[in-house]
Design a protein around this ligand. Structure first.
Ligand code: BDP
Length: 327
């Protein structure tokens, strides 16, 4: 027989269960933004992360990837991600440079000796410390993705020495560090949204820009800016961040699942990236790009003012030294 006490205890348990259930069984679709077109390695990597996450949460958490800047250009999507209007953002480190000083470090010119060096640093404690930096800015850093190396391209002439850069109008990302990098080479830097670069090149508002093989190819910039000079001046990685507002709505177990799925997508991204770099290089060459190798030392020597201006406090100096020390 149910006494009053057992009845109220049972009612209490039922209430608790009713309260706890929706949280445990939370079903969410996370909206993720990217400026690249469908099929680009970053898009496919985040889709892969979504599949992993669906598996590990029994289909409760999904990711919907909005490609081709459907949710906006990078600078604007940063704000929307901080406010929780967008849940996830796959974006380059450079647009964070002005907001988060430490993000300048992996974007610095010639900071990495090679792709292997970059991967080792970003996979290790320095990468982890950088991911944590985002938390002070309403974001959760989930993973770094490769972005190859960025080189200059323009419509006027091949760049062989820093002197060849003189007077060229070069589009850069919305980063003061990149403005300074281009200025140190004697060119005029114009910060501009990625989506406006093609018409900028076509109309002559700018003479050139800088990017990796896949972006030079996917945007068709090679059609209007055919001299691609392999300065390989920055390996500024991509980063996958989540809105802290959206992250905090998840249970600790689901948060762990999100982090794990993001980490799993890094290897997938590298595989896709390596293949796409080669394919893009071949495609632009076949499409008329005039490519030249560059003797890098004079470019490296010209970068001292950039380091002096952006590696200012002890913490950043330590990070630069720690990166250089990674063998
Ligand atoms: C591409 C990055 C993208 C950048 C873009 C740019 O993947 O996130 O914002 O360059 O130059 O390589 O704006």
């Amino acid at each position: 027989m149910l006494t009053k006490r057992t009845f109220s205890a049972l009612a209490g348990v039922a209430m608790l269960a009713a309260f706890a259930l929706p949280a445990q069984a939370q079903t969410v679709t996370l909206r993720s933004t990217d400026i690249h077109p469908d099929g680009y390695p970053t898009i496919e990597a985040v889709k892969f992360m979504g599949q992993q996450l669906e598996k590990s949460t029994g289909g409760r958490i999904k990711i919907q990837v909005f490609h081709s800047a459907q949710l906006g250009q990078e600078k604007d999507t940063i704000e929307q991600t901080r406010f929780g209007v967008i849940d996830m953002n796959r974006i380059n480190m450079a647009p964070f440079n002005n907001l988060i000083p430490a993000t300048n470090v992996p974007s610095l010119p010639f900071i990495f000796r090679s792709v292997d060096h970059m991967r080792k640093v970003m996979d290790g404690p320095i990468g982890d410390a950088l991911l944590k930096e985002f938390e002070k800015h309403d974001l959760v850093g989930l993973a770094f993705y490769d972005s190859g190396s960025r080189s200059f391209y323009n419509s006027k002439r091949p760049i062989k020495t820093p002197a060849d850069m003189k007077g060229l109008k070069i589009r850069v990302q919305q980063s003061d560090m990149f403005v300074s990098l281009v200025s140190a080479l004697g060119a005029n830097a114009t910060p501009m949204n990625f989506g406006e670069v093609y018409s900028g090149l076509q109309t002559g508002v700018i003479d050139g820009a800088e990017n990796n093989w896949p972006s030079y190819e996917s945007t068709k910039h090679f059609e209007v800016s055919k001299f691609y000079s392999q300065t390989e001046h920055s390996l500024s990685p991509e980063v996958l961040v989540m809105s802290k507002k959206s992250f905090d709505k998840l249970s600790p177990a689901d948060q762990a699942a999100v982090r794990a799925a993001a980490r799993e997508s890094v290897a997938k991204m590298r595989e896709l990236w390596d293949a796409r770099e080669k394919a893009s290089e071949a495609k632009v060459k076949a499409g008329g790009a005039v490519v030249n190798a560059v003797e890098k030392q004079p470019f490296i020597d010209a970068m001292k003012p950039v380091y002096d201006k952006f590696v200012t406090d002890a913490k950043l100096k330590e990070m630069v030294a720690a990166i250089q020390a990674v063998k």
